[in-house]
Write a protein that binds this ligand. Structure first.
Ligand code: SAM
Length: 279
């Protein structure tokens, strides 16, 4: 949608990914587009104002999120029909646990051109750092904050044979790790924190180890939590017995077998037979 001769932009909606901490990660193409659009739809005009200042351009900023009124959405779409309009979020890729889905859907329905400029997304950065299988992964957005709902999501997604990626907040991290230790025993986790920033770290291991580290050093900043798929680590017969014994303290043999199967990827029927022996 960029005219090759004069770098003017065709009308339409431009989804523009922005840095998640390091301004050097703004792509040259993203900067070119942000300088050329008629307006930038953004979550927070102060945050995006700083980004625009960084690229030395003052653009018209229009606050937008998926709860915006129909009038705001219609206004943006009218504009995008005649001019280039960018959509950004505070950080990272729009629509990835961020606003934009409704706007993109409507723009496409109305035949307005939509294009996306790829760039940083914390989920992908974390996945590349975690050292866990990356051939198949499931992005789960934010886990629910209430314990019961969080447990249900972990139970449901924990059965999927894929690495799981969640956005998390520092104050909730330890509670979530405790839930993982209880509901998905034996699954390695990685905590990727402050990605692309000065204090970037990625700490991986058994949830119990990570819990004790962050109990001693309360986490700060932004966090992505990555959970190994079931069976990523080969479970020995002794380890399986230990997990079954622990689960049998609170659960019936069938439930214990299901829980250990979910955590390890081992066969549930074989685990059930073994659970009856151990009971
Ligand atoms: N759309 C964004 C993206 O593509 O990364 C994500 C937006 S979501 C509202 C914000 C969450 O992303 C944070 O709470 C945190 O879980 C994660 N996040 C964003 N930046 C991060 C960073 N630099 N390091 C670790 N996690 C980050």
């Amino acid at each position: 949608m960029v005219s090759p001769m004069d770098q003017t932009l065709e009308p339409g909606l431009y989804i523009v990914a922005t840095p998640i901490g390091n301004l050097g990660d703004l792509s040259p193409r993203a900067a070119t587009v942000l300088r050329a659009v008629a307006a930038v739809a953004c979550e927070d005009t102060r945050v995006t104002g700083k980004l625009m200042h960084h690229i030395g351009h003052k653009a018209r900023l229009i606050r937008y999120d998926d709860h915006a009124s129909d009038a705001t959405r219609d206004h943006l779409l009218d504009l995008a029909r005649q001019h280039p309009v960018a959509l950004v979020s505070d950080a990272g890729t729009p629509l990835i646990s961020d606003p934009g889905y409704k706007l993109v859907r409507l723009a496409r329905e109305l035949g307005i051109a939509v294009t996306s400029l790829p760039g940083p997304s914390a989920a992908i950065v974390a996945l590349t750092l975690a050292g866990l299988p990356s051939d198949r992964f499931l992005f789960g957005g934010f886990l629910p904050s209430k314990a019961k709902a969080r447990g249900e999501v972990l139970g449901e997604l924990g059965a999927v044979k894929a690495t799981l990626v969640f956005y998390e907040t520092a104050p909730r991290l330890i509670d979530t790790l405790q839930a993982i230790a209880q509901l998905l025993p034996g699954r390695e986790v990685a905590v990727a924190r402050e990605l692309t920033k000065l204090f970037e770290e990625c700490r991986s291991g058994d949830p119990a180890e990570i819990i004790s580290h962050y109990t001693a050093h309360p986490p700060k900043g932004e966090i992505v939590l990555v959970i190994a798929p079931p069976g990523a680590v080969q479970t020995s017969a002794d380890d399986a017995d230990a997990l079954l014994r622990e689960a049998l303290q609170n659960l019936k043999p069938s439930q214990a077998a299901a829980e250990v199967a979910r955590a390890t990827g081992l066969d549930r029927k074989a685990l059930y037979t073994r659970a009856l022996e151990l009971k």
